[in-house]
Design a binder for this molecule. Structure first.
Ligand code: TXA
Ligand code: MG
Length: 329
């Protein structure tokens, strides 16, 4: 199969709709990462997503809709605070988990009685979702376990030959996946941290917890139990910049090409041209992280990362992704 990358225009949107209605997949931009979309009403189309990504079949998908879509056709909107969250943050990088009406394929939620719904703010995503006017099931458009894609070229690298169309909306501005927040309970619970922070949700809803799975408990957001976001090269992560610099030097001595992934303030500790610079503001770090991990895996034998000290607000989400990308080493 030939994979086309097309700018978003009347022609590519018409093609996208035709493909979705045939049960095919279409990759599209959002403000967080690129999504791999399929018609959420079709078992076969949704199964295709799992097959193409190599995704475990107990990790549910998010349904994407345009901002005018009637939520009540998909879910029960039972909590008054959920309306406040929609008003404050949508369209945007916040996914809300409701009790499902069961109107989309059951495979989307892997048999759970809930459904995750997202209304992305990216104009290209809105144009696509409005044009197709369907609930579109979409995970991030990477192969399972690889770093999420933040450009059409990243999607092409992972999925060329496996999907017919990538809608190109440029680089994603947000850079890490949406916050996933359960709104079925008496107050909101964050299941996956992201650019809408726990603190921001708490301000609007009065209270917000972050779900931390207890040992032995069934996981509420199954995606959390998998290793994720990892680049193809070796990675290691340090809290201390001095330790990272020493390890970097040791790798180089062994003949391994090392690259440092760190905040701008540490860049001077490493050789020129060997720094994957995260910047120094949380938003910057979120926006750059995945692009730098993908750049790094192309050139490095090993990425030596320094964990930023700040961990509040959206840094919680950035650290979560950095920890997962560098897990196991
Ligand atoms: O920013 C994003 O959310 C991107 C773009 C494409 O929208 N999508 C994305 O999808 O990151 P994915 O499939 O890579 O991650 C979906 C996350 C997983 O952690 C999954 O477990 C959780 O959402 N999830 C989906 N449905 C759920 C449900 N019903 N209950 C609990 N967690 C759910
Ligand atoms: Mg993903």
């Amino acid at each position: 199969m030939q994979t086309q990358i097309r700018k978003i225009d009347a022609e590519s949107l018409a093609l996208a709709k035709e493909l979705l209605l045939q049960g095919e997949m279409v990759a599209f931009p959002t403000e967080t990462v690129y999504g791999l979309g399929a018609d959420a009403r079709s078992d076969e189309a949704v199964l295709n997503i799992y097959r193409v990504k190599g995704r475990p079949q107990d990790n549910p998908l998010i349904v994407h809709v345009h901002k005018g879509f009637d939520l009540n056709t998909l879910v029960y909107d039972e909590r008054p605070y959920a309306a406040k969250l929609r008003e404050a943050f949508l369209p945007g990088p916040l996914t809300l988990v409701y009790r499902s009406r069961g109107t989309v394929s059951k495979i989307v939620s892997c048999g759970l009685d809930t459904l995750a719904v997202r209304v992305p703010s990216h104009p290209g995503a809105q144009a696509f979702l409005k044009y197709v006017d369907l609930p579109v099931a979409a995970p991030s458009a990477n192969l399972s376990k690889h770093v999420s894609p933040v450009s059409a070229q990243h999607v092409f690298y992972d999925l060329q030959g496996r999907i017919p169309l990538i809608l190109d909306g440029g680089a994603c501005s947000g850079g890490i996946e949406s916050t996933v927040c359960d709104v079925t309970g008496p107050y909101p619970t964050v299941l996956r941290q992201g650019l809408v922070s726990r603190e921001m949700i708490e301000k609007v809803a009065g209270r917000c917890d972050v779900y931390v799975p207890k040992a032995g408990e069934q996981v509420r957001s199954p995606g959390m139990k998998y290793k994720h976001y990892a680049p193809k090269c070796r990675t290691c992560l340090f809290d201390s910049a001095e330790e990272a610099a020493a390890r970097f030097a040791a790798f180089e001595k062994e003949g391994q090409r090392a690259y440092a992934l760190c905040e701008s303030k540490y860049a001077g500790m490493f050789p020129q041209g060997r720094v994957l610079d995260l910047g120094d503001k949380p938003e910057e770090m979120a926006a750059r992280l995945y692009a730098l991990l993908r750049e790094g895996e192309q050139v490095a034998d090993v990425i030596v990362a320094i964990r930023p000290a700040e961990h509040d607000g959206i840094m919680a989400g950035v650290l979560n992704r950095l920890n997962k990308a560098c897990a196991g080493d």
